[in-house]
Each structure stands twice: as C-alpha cells, then as structure tokens.
Write a protein that binds this ligand. Structure first.
Ligand SMILES: C[S@@+](CC[C@H](N)C(=O)[O-])C[C@H]1O[C@@H](n2cnc3c(N)ncnc32)[C@H](O)[C@@H]1O
Length: 289
C-alpha cells in the first residue's frame, strides 16, 4: 500500500489492488462532496431508469455513504449493502445511518474488491460512484456485478473526468493558474494509479454483457455563496494538493498555497468571495438482460 501516494479533492482514495487505508482526511472530503453536491446526486438517482423499485441495492466502494443515503432516500422500500475496503469509512457510514434512523436498512461489508468475493445477494440495483476506476482488475468486477445482479437489474456507474476546481480562471491574482499547476503536477501519478479515470464506460459495460440503457453527464457549478461547505471543501482539497504536489511546485507557488491555507491570512481561501465547486459527473445505466 502506498501511504505516500498523492491524492486530492473528491478522489483521494488510494487506488487499485490494496485495501484503502483508514483516512479521515479523505472521509472529510467525501462528506463535503456529498453535502455540496447533494442536489446533483439526487438528480442522478431520480434519473436512473429502473424497471421497478429495487428492494436490495449494493453500493460498491461506498466511501462514507454519499450514494448509500441518496439511494435510501430515493427508494424508501430498499435496503443497501455498502461495500468498501476502508473500515473507517464504513464506521462513519454506520454512524450516519444511526443518526438518520436507517440502520436497519444498511449492511456494511468490508472488502477489497480486487481480492475478496463478498456475499452480495441478488440486488436489483448496483451503484458504483467514483470507485471503479480504483480497481486493478476491472473485468473481474464487471463480470461479478453482471453475475450477482437480478435479471433486468441495473448497474449505475458514476464517474468524474477529473478533480473539482475551486478558483476562477485568472486566480489567484498574484500567480494565475496555481490550481491548474497543482493538478498538472499530479497528472502523471494519477494516470499511472487510476488509468481508467475519465474513461468511456459504455463500451466496457457492453463488453461485460450489459446493455447500456442510458448515459448522462451533469455539470456542477456550485457558487460559494450557496453555503460555507464550499469553502471548507476548497480548503480541504487545497490542503491535500499542498501535501501531494509540493515536490513538483515552484517555491513561489508553495508560498502562495501556504497563504491560501493560512486561516489568519487576508489572502486565506476561506476569505475569498470567488470560490465555486466546478466539476462534472457522468452516469452510465447498464442493464443485465
Ligand atoms: C473516491 S471514493 C468514492 C466514495 C463514494 N462512492 C462517493 O461517491 O463518495 C472511492 C472509494 O473506493 C474505495 N476503494 C478503493 N479501492 C477499493 C477496493 N479495491 N475495494 C473496495 N473499495 C475500494 C475507497 O476506500 C473509497 O471509499
């Protein structure tokens, strides 16, 4: 397991073939992503072309439960089996389920999907959001999902092309393009560790025997004025960028990053009035015959 691997923004998990470490930094980012994008995630679950209301749903690589809780709300008669390699994410998910009074509708299953074959039952809906691209053996997982799904059941794959952006073009004034330079510094690492991120999943799903019933891309642009979670999301993400990309950045960029991260600096990120969360999510809905 590579404990020093760079990771940032929504997609901070340690990728491929090893259990993800228990990582509270990532958990915070996943929770903020779920909070800021709640309406968008709800619009995706509302769009899913299910033939009938599912009774049993599996959330693969569930993280702290962004998809799990959106699906429980969308399908009030369903229960969710939430699978992840991170015990701490699953613990957090269980705590949230208890706080929401839905513990009896959630079962958590710790498993490394590249290695283990957890018992998943016969779900009518399998959901995998921002998780498939982490897996080393995709074909194995796609085949497994195809086999466990009930006939006519749906596999919803949600993926993001890249990491969310928070600063407007031309910012910060002192050194425009800082955010893009941070991401560029990590691009090589991400291309190596998660080569399927940003892929077209339609052909992969078809090759695994599914029929793609629909595909939809949603553009997210949540202005900072919509709530303080946007600022916290930006702050957490820049913290991670700072620690991951430091080795490849110019000293002037690092100084500016430190100022952005300094809560007492007048140039601190939480004092900026121009933050927004800008990203895209694409969902493929694939049916088992
Ligand atoms: C970017 S997060 C997405 C979490 C959640 N689906 C969401 O949309 O917020 C990716 C998740 O995949 C999990 N993961 C990565 N590799 C895995 C593996 N081999 N087996 C199981 N889970 C894995 C990570 O622990 C992490 O929770």
């Amino acid at each position: 397991m590579n404990h020093t691997a760079p990771h940032a923004a929504h997609d901070g998990a340690h990728p491929a073939s090893h259990p993800a470490p228990d990582d509270d930094g990532q958990a915070e980012i996943l929770d903020l992503d779920a909070e800021v994008l709640a309406e968008h995630i709800a619009s995706i679950t509302a769009w899913l072309p299910v033939e009938r209301e599912p009774c049993h749903i599996v959330d693969l690589g569930c993280g702290t439960g962004a998809g799990t809780f959106a699906l429980l709300a969308r399908f009030p008669g369903a229960r969710v089996t939430a699978v992840d390699a991170s015990e701490s994410h699953l613990r957090r998910l269980r705590e949230k389920a208890a706080a929401l009074g839905v513990s009896d509708r959630v079962r958590t299953v710790p498993a490394d999907l590249d290695v283990d074959r957890p018992e998943l039952g016969r779900p009518e809906l399998v959901w995998a959001s921002a998780s498939l691209h982490h897996l080393a053996d995709l074909d194995r997982t796609l085949r497994r999902v195809h086999d466990v799904l009930a006939p006519g059941g749906l596999f919803a794959v949600v993926e993001l092309a890249g990491f969310p952006r928070f600063l407007p073009a031309g910012a910060p004034r002192e050194r425009p393009g800082l955010e893009e330079r941070c991401h560029a510094a990590l691009a090589h690492h991400h291309a190596e560790q998660a080569p399927h991120r940003g892929a077209d999943w339609g052909p992969k799903l078809t090759a695994a025997g599914f029929t793609v019933a629909g595909e939809r891309t949603i553009t997210v642009n949540v202005d900072g004025s919509r709530g303080e979670a946007v600022g916290r999301y930006a702050l957490s993400s820049f913290r991670r960028l700072r620690s991951s990309a430091a080795h490849a950045l110019a000293a002037e960029d690092l100084d500016l990053l430190d100022e952005l991260l300094d809560p007492d600096s007048p140039r601190g990120i939480l004092r900026r009035g121009d933050l927004a969360v800008r990203t895209e999510r694409t969902v493929w809905a694939a049916r088992r015959a």
